[in-house]
Structures are given as C-alpha cells and as structure tokens.
Write a protein that binds this ligand. Structure first.
Ligand SMILES: NC(=O)C1=CN([C@@H]2O[C@H](COP(=O)(O)OP(=O)(O)OC[C@H]3O[C@@H](n4cnc5c(N)ncnc54)[C@H](OP(=O)(O)O)[C@@H]3O)[C@@H](O)[C@H]2O)C=CC1
Ligand SMILES: Cc1cn([C@H]2C[C@H](O)[C@@H](COP(=O)(O)OP(=O)(O)O[C@H]3O[C@@H](C)C(=O)[C@@H](O)[C@H]3O)O2)c(=O)[nH]c1=O
Length: 296
C-alpha cells in the first residue's frame, strides 16, 4: 500500500480528500491538530521522516481571515513556517509536496484573471502568511505543486454557503458586497484536482512542478453568489431572504479583501488536464447535501 500524508484532515478540503475514491493500492493518512500541530516544525519534520510517504498534501491552514489580523504570529506559524518545514522535509526525503494556497495572495487590482506568475500583493495577514508558505515551498522543495484556489465551500466546516443559509433563516434581508469578484470552489472538486496532481507526482518524478490555479468555472461576486445560493435553496424549501447589494466600504471588516479574485486555469489544464465545472453545478451538489434535492 502506498500512503499519502494529508494535513487539515478535519477541514473542508480534508473532509473531501477522505471521501475521495483513491485508487486501489493507495491509502491516505489524514491528520489534524490532535495528531500533528502545525505550529510544531520539529514534529512536522519527524512525521515526514517517519514513513516512506508517496506524497504529502498540505491542506491544513489558519483560515480565519479577520482573526488573523490580531493573531498574526499563529497565522504565520501555521501558514508559512509549517509549509517551510514540509518543504524542507519533503525535499530531504525526495517526496512530492502538494501545497494548497489562496487567491488572497493577490491585491485584486488586476483587470483580468490572475495567472500563477502574476505579481503578488496580499492585503492582509492571512494572504501574506499564505504567500510566505508559497515562497517557502517554491524555494525549498524540488518536487512541488502549489495549488491556489478561491472561495472554498462545502457541506462541512465554515464557509459562505453555510453562513448565508444560517443568517438567511434568521433575517428577511441580508446585505452582501457586490464589488468583490471571484469564483467559488467546491471542496470536493478541489480535492479531486489535488488528488490527481498528488497521484501523478508520486508516480512520476518528472511530473510538472510549479504553481497552479484552480477554482470552479465562471465568476460572480459575493452578492451574486448569495443570491444564487438562495434562489437554489428556495427550490429545495430553504430560506429566500432579500439580498441587498452593497459596496465593500459599507461592510467594514478587520482584513481587506481583493476586489478581483478571478483565477486563470490555463496552467493546471495544460499540465494536468484538469478542467473545472461551473460553480453553479457545484453549488447544486452542496445544497443537495445540506438541504436535499430540488423539488420538481
Ligand atoms: N476556505 C477557503 O475559502 C479557502 C481556503 N484555501 C486554502 O485551502 C486549504 C484548505 O482550506 P479549508 O479546508 O477550507 O480550510 P479549513 O479551515 O476548513 O481547514 C483547515 C484545517 O486546518 C486545521 N488547523 C488549523 N490550525 C492548525 C494547527 N495549528 N495544526 C493542525 N491543524 C490546524 C484546522 O483545524 P481547526 O478547524 O481546529 O482550526 C482545520 O481543520 C487551506 O490551505 C486554505 O488556506 C484557499 C482559498 C480559499
Ligand atoms: C457574512 C457576510 C459577508 N460579507 C462579505 C465579507 C467579505 O467581503 C465577503 C466574504 O465573506 P467571508 O468572511 O465569509 O469570506 P472570507 O473569509 O473572506 O473567505 C476567504 O477565506 C479564505 C480562507 C480564502 O482563502 C479566500 O479565498 C476566501 O474564501 O462577503 C457580506 O458582505 N455580508 C455578509 O453578510
């Protein structure tokens, strides 16, 4: 049996990686904070060295974007130093490392979709600390793939769909920003992309390395996303509050967010043949799981 180590095992991505249909002969060992605290770099190096892993998927992260502004030391430890430790240990063992990162490494000022080689410029601590992780992996590891994604959602954990459904059941009107553009990403689709890359890299030392962008296809704003969530939730008997479009300035948050998070998928399509499906189709699957199938 060939084994893949996965961090963030209880998170959105980790949950979907545990559900992923891994091929025969492959097993995953998914860990979270109880088994491996990502603030402990010595433990990370010891864990990587402890078994002949076929690959490591680094999905664990400090993802509380606003909280990171005041808890920056923890954010940097988990999002930058931990990936640095994985990169060093994976290089020493000649193991491929698939590291998951974020659209929030960008400042959002570009007009088009962000390509992997575009200049970064994080607006807050979360994005900056994730960029630190990207740089550590890219500079210390030889067999690596950094997979940057955006607006991850699923039926599990904390995410925008679950927040909207919870708040939408309590209020008649919600105010949601309509000037931040991006694409949602189903954790299940991200898991499939990450698994595809990890399996290829584990089997082929020459598999393409580098930074890749993956989200579901299409684009929207957080407001457009909220309206689609409620339109499709209503078909399933869920809440359908009024969603008022507002500007970012009217929804102050501790951390600034990019106005444009749209990611270019050209590199991941060319290197790994991965073509994402539309975000609306992914949303349907998640609502099916959360609420039930749409009523005819
Ligand atoms: N969620 C999103 O919208 C996006 C996520 N990403 C990236 O995708 C990856 C997966 O994200 P996602 O699954 O949504 O994130 P989640 O927040 O759902 O999962 C992250 C997991 O990491 C764990 N974790 C946090 N701190 C530590 C620690 N010190 N030691 C061990 N584990 C720890 C969390 O545990 P606990 O819950 O107990 O804190 C959680 O289980 C991350 O790298 C993230 O940066 C990129 C773009 C968008
Ligand atoms: C709940 C809510 C949020 N908003 C705004 C705030 C923010 O600008 C935007 C998204 O809100 P959230 O705080 O839920 O999402 P946020 O935590 O910013 O999501 C980010 O998480 C990290 C981990 C990533 O890597 C990013 O790709 C992205 O998914 O919507 C409203 O306008 N109205 C609302 O009622």
């Amino acid at each position: 049996m060939r084994e893949i180590l996965i961090t963030g095992g209880n998170g959105q991505l980790g949950t979907e990686l545990k559900r992923y249909p891994w091929p025969a002969g492959w097993a995953i060992v998914a860990v979270d904070i109880d088994e491996l605290d990502l603030r402990d770099t010595a433990a990370i190096e010891a864990t990587v060295a402890s078994r002949p892993w076929a690959a490591v998927i680094s999905g664990g992260a400090y993802t509380a974007v606003d909280k990171a502004e005041e808890d920056s030391v923890t954010a940097w430890a988990v999002n930058a130093l931990a990936p640095a430790a994985f990169a060093k240990a994976c290089r020493a063992a000649d193991i491929p490392l698939v590291h998951v990162s974020t659209d929030y490494v960008f400042d959002g000022a570009k007009q088009g979709r962000w390509a992997p080689g575009d200049a970064t410029g994080p607006l807050g601590v979360y994005g900056a600390s994730k960029l630190g992780g990207d740089l550590a992996v890219a500079t210390s590891c030889r067999r690596y793939a950094i997979v940057r994604t955006s607006w991850v959602v699923s039926a599990h954990g904390n995410n925008f769909i679950k927040t909207m459904l919870r708040v939408g059941a309590e209020r008649d009107t919600l105010r949601v920003v309509d000037d931040q553009h991006g694409a949602p990403t189903a954790a299940a689709d991200l898991a499939a992309a990450v698994a595809t890359i990890a399996l290829r890299m584990a089997d082929d030392a020459q598999a393409p390395a580098g930074t890749f962008h993956f989200s579901n296809a299409g684009e929207t704003t957080w407001c457009g996303f909220a309206r689609e969530i409620f339109a499709r939730a209503a078909q399933r008997g869920g809440p359908s509050p009024h969603v008022e479009a507002i500007a970012t300035a009217d929804y102050p948050t501790p951390a600034r967010r990019p106005a444009n998070s749209r990611l270019d998928h050209t590199a991941i399509q060319a290197a790994y043949g991965i073509t994402p499906r539309a975000w609306q189709d992914a949303l349907d699957d998640i609502l099916d799981e959360l609420i039930g199938a749409a009523k005819k």
